[in-house]
Design a protein around this ligand. Structure first.
Ligand code: PXP
Length: 236
């Protein structure tokens, strides 16, 4: 089974654009759960332009499914997640001003830093996932680091999907099998949508979780949140 974690950063972005609390991301998160989502993801960045650090604590209080917090592990981020103790932290190497994540970690170069942070998070009972491009070297070093999962960066798959989907998915099929062989669980995310998700899910030998935000929120503008979540679950 592949679970769906709904990334609600875009909802927080709309909220922040007017300074008040509409839409209320806590209500939206609860509704995502009610409509069948298996978890909620947010990605607080240092400028807090989408999700804020305070959202992490508030979501943790009210959710009955899993909370996944993505982000670059600077001191503030680590302090927040170690206090809030979400189910999962996904470590992402994005620069503070990045528009969105645009690459996975070089787990070889950052092995010692990521090992230390992984151990710190795991000592708080948090499952650790490391965001990587679908390359064997980075998966091999993720396993050496001792994280629980990798999250495969799927933007290149999505970009190539309509040109040659068999070729586009091939590195992800290999990476998923290799991660499984090394004892790692496999997540995936970025630019997954109603066109490319089912083929991705059914091609990979192992896929534990997808986290999807941008396309899902865009679809919800037309289809409504309940029908949209149902459609994504159908793909899985
Ligand atoms: N995974 C990571 C690490 C991300 O940074 C993002 C975007 O915040 C996603 C998944 C979800 O990507 P999208 O919004 O394109 O579905």
């Amino acid at each position: 089974m592949t679970v769906l974690s709904v990334n609600i950063n875009k909802i927080a972005l709309i909220r922040n654009s007017r300074g008040a609390n509409n839409p209320n991301i806590l209500s939206i998160a609860k509704d995502c759960e009610r409509f069948g989502a298996h978890g909620i993801t947010i990605h607080p960045r240092p400028d807090q332009r989408h999700a804020r650090y305070q959202d992490v604590f508030e979501l943790k209080q009210i959710l009955s499914t899993e909370l996944n917090i993505e982000g670059y592990p600077d001191a503030r981020f680590l302090d927040v997640v170690c206090k809030a103790k979400p189910s999962q932290v996904t470590l992402v190497p994005d620069a503070p001003d990045a528009l969105t994540s645009n690459s996975g970690w070089n787990t070889q170069t950052h092995q010692s830093m990521l090992t230390e942070i992984t151990q710190q998070l795991q000592s708080h009972g948090i499952r650790v996932s490391i965001f990587v491009n679908p390359e064997e070297l980075f998966i091999e070093y993720a396993a050496k680091i001792g994280c629980n999962r990798i999250e495969l960066y799927t933007e290149p798959y999505a970009a190539q999907y309509f040109t040659n989907r068999d070729k586009a998915v091939e590195p992800y099929v290999r990476s998923s099998a290799y991660a499984h062989e090394l004892g790692l669980e496999v997540n995936a995310g970025h630019d997954l949508n109603l066109d490319n998700l089912a083929f991705f899910k059914h091609s990979l030998p192992v896929l534990h979780e997808v986290s999807i935000g941008h396309a899902l929120v865009c679809d919800a503008l037309y289809m409504g949140l309940e029908k949209t979540i149902e459609a994504y679950l159908q793909c899985l």
